[in-house]
Write a protein that binds this ligand. Sequence first.
Ligand code: 13P
Length: 392
Amino acid sequence: MPLVNLSDMINHASRHNYAVGAFGVDNLDFLEGIMQAAENCRAPVVLNLIESHFQGSDFDLLMAATQTAARRAAVPVAINFDHGTTLASAEHAIRAGCNGVMVDTSALPFSENLWQTRDVVTKAHACGVTVEGELGYVPGVEGVSAEQHPGEMTYTSAAEAKVFVERTGVDCLAVSIGTVHGRKKGVPKLDFARLAKIKEATAVPLVIHGGSGLSDDQFRRLIANGVAKINYYTALADAAGRHIRDNASTGSKGDLGLLLAGVRDAVRVEVERCLHLWGSGGRAAEVLAQCRPWHEVEHVVLYNVPEEVSESDVAAIMREGKKSLIAIPGVRNIRAGRAIQSDGKYRYCWLISLSSQSAVEVYRNHPDLLHFSNKVFWPVATDRIELDMEES
Ligand code: 13P
């Protein structure tokens, strides 16, 4: 399973002076195009799911496909929830399988951004999930012309970045040094001196948002000054859009299959260009060897109940357990059921899916589990065995 710890992946890039690409995934054409590019270039890759892009589509459905793509890849992959709007949406993303989250509170005053980011770090780190914070404000909206969202840029201050990183405990920091999200006229002017100061003041890898539209030389200088992850979306959307318009102009009107034909390749070509340019091509084997694999864990409980406990009592315990345990951070899913065979050693089973090994500790010590176990479950399930299973 080539899902790897996102923080390890970014730190590897930082140590070896290249940047990993974090590419916005909107649909299956994007997902397949990005993954094919990563495989062709033998590059580690971050699949970015941007919360605002799921207002009209189902996040959980695309997450299921994203996880499948990551699991069957031969190159290292991390799945990042990008520009989350709330702690609750980040928790949902972790439950759905993201191993990195960013909740974007960068438009808030410094101290509010700091406290809210710290809350995200506390919850996400308990599940082993990497957290990106953002300080300073990068205006614009991915996939849209920047003039339509002319927000005021706030540059990141190196002194504030130092405090922010130390107090929040973020694993990487997105900075504002002149980039803008979305489609812009011309190439933005970047403040490399500021970037160098931020790098010197902070001990974490830096992230650039609004990667589309920068020049090759700017990318090289960003990486030389400590940027280890680049977020990139609009240029992929534009490549896809151009391809669809070309298809339409060459007589494919009305036939959806023909209109969309080749979109995946248009995305792939642009991602391959970035992976080569940013130096991540050819790094897959080292990253797989040096970064912690991301393993989900199944907590398995087999049990029996005494004869006087009825089937409806057991069903009620299962319902209560599902309701009270699903809210524990890092619990992804809970299944409870009964053996098909009536002559087996155990008759009932819990399968509790946890996001990572770190989540196991949180789960074991969580007051909701202790209450349920002590008061409800253990008194009836005196005959039981348990284990935490990690896929190998
Ligand atoms: P662009 O769409 O400008 O490449 O920015 C993407 C981004 O920063 C996503 O977080």
